[in-house]
Design a protein around this ligand. Structure first.
Ligand code: GLU
Length: 333
């Protein structure tokens, strides 16, 4: 009798102990960007795929200032994942290149996948005499959100023209959505936005404000690339935005999904296998970002990866037959 009672108690204790474990979920908040950019719909779409897949991960997307903010917040444990430009992720991990990271490397930042190319897009109100970046001198210019990668790109690009924020009449910051309103109302003359082609902010600006896209000549792109290798040349094809019927020579870099080294290997592996393998068709077709379908492949997801991978990502890529180069192996902890 006594033995039976002990056994019952033991089994009961075991079951109680295991039940919460079996249902344990890892919560992941993915940092994105402005709601009118492409990081936000991408993060929302990824979270939806994860939550509907049945894996023990609960994901949600947060609108943020974008790349710089996301890397910092991962370092501080406020976000577990985020999307960041590959140059910004590099600066964050190495603690240089951006004031916010100078001497404060984010050692726990890890790469998951390079997602798609982004382009530095420069919108200028017609009739203001802005034909080149050099003409922005003395103008009111939106330079990106606080914590954005855009702001850093603008600094780099202006420097190639011998300009800095001090040469602008006013460097304006805030969300890209608000900037479109300012551009439409003539309260700013130009707007920079490093974002994938087709972002709603730029489509809306092209539809509602008298704007054109400003080109960057090849010689300036070469100069920029020499100083900062992440930037390369691209053409914004005619017709990408309503009313802009000419090709525009521009600068591109890559949007990268990053994560905290604090996430367990198995969680990251399951996350990646869900989003980039089992539900790859939803990733392509259901997320409101046309660049994913156009550019993302598992095979090319390490091209341009600026920081070491998370161990869960290493496992995923190897299983997919993708060779992981030595310099992308996670540092020994
Ligand atoms: N590349 C932008 C940045 O980090 C964000 C673009 C987006 O939200 O799609 O500033």
């Amino acid at each position: 009798m006594l033995l039976r009672t002990i056994r019952t108690v033991l089994v009961f204790t075991l079951l109680c102990g295991l039940a919460p474990l079996a249902g344990a979920k890892t919560f992941i908040t993915i940092g994105s960007g402005s709601t009118t950019g492409l990081y936000y719909p991408t993060a929302v779409g990824i979270a939806k795929i994860v939550n509907e897949s049945g894996i023990p991960v609960r994901a949600n997307a947060r609108s943020t200032g974008a790349s710089v903010y996301n890397c910092r917040a991962i370092g501080q444990g406020q976000l577990q994942m985020g999307i960041a430009q590959n140059n910004i992720a590099y600066y964050a991990y190495n603690g240089k290149g951006v004031q916010a990271f100078e001497g404060k490397p984010i050692g726990k930042l890890r790469g998951l996948a390079v997602l798609y190319p982004e382009t530095i897009q420069i919108l200028a109100r017609k009739g203001q005499g802005i034909e080149s970046v050099a003409d922005l001198k003395g103008k009111r210019v939106y330079v990106g959100d606080i914590g954005s990668g855009t702001e850093q790109d603008v600094k780099h690009l202006l420097a190639v023209y011998g300009l800095s924020f001090d040469d602008l009449k006013a460097p304006v910051r805030g969300s890209a959505g608000n900037a479109v309103g300012l551009l439409r109302d003539g309260r700013i003359d130009a707007m920079f936005y490093t974002v994938g082609l087709g972002a709603s902010a730029i489509t809306e600006a092209a539809q509602t404000a008298p704007i054109d896209l400003v080109a960057i000549p090849q010689a300036k792109i070469d100069e920029l690339h020499k100083k900062y290798a992440f930037y390369t040349a691209v053409t914004i094809p005619s017709g990408t935005y309503p009313g802009i019927d000419h090709d525009v020579s521009a600068v591109t870099l890559k949007a990268t999904l990053v994560a905290s080294a604090d996430l367990p290997e198995d969680v990251v592996y399951q996350f990646m296998n869900t989003v980039f393998n089992k539900h790859l068709q939803s990733f392509y077709n259901d997320i409101q970002n046309p660049n994913l379908k156009k550019f993302f492949t598992v095979k090319s997801a390490l091209d341009g990866m600026p920081i070491p991978l998370h161990p869960g990502a290493v496992k995923f890529f190897r299983q997919q037959g993708v060779t992981v180069p030595d310099d992308l192996m996670p540092p020994a902890s």
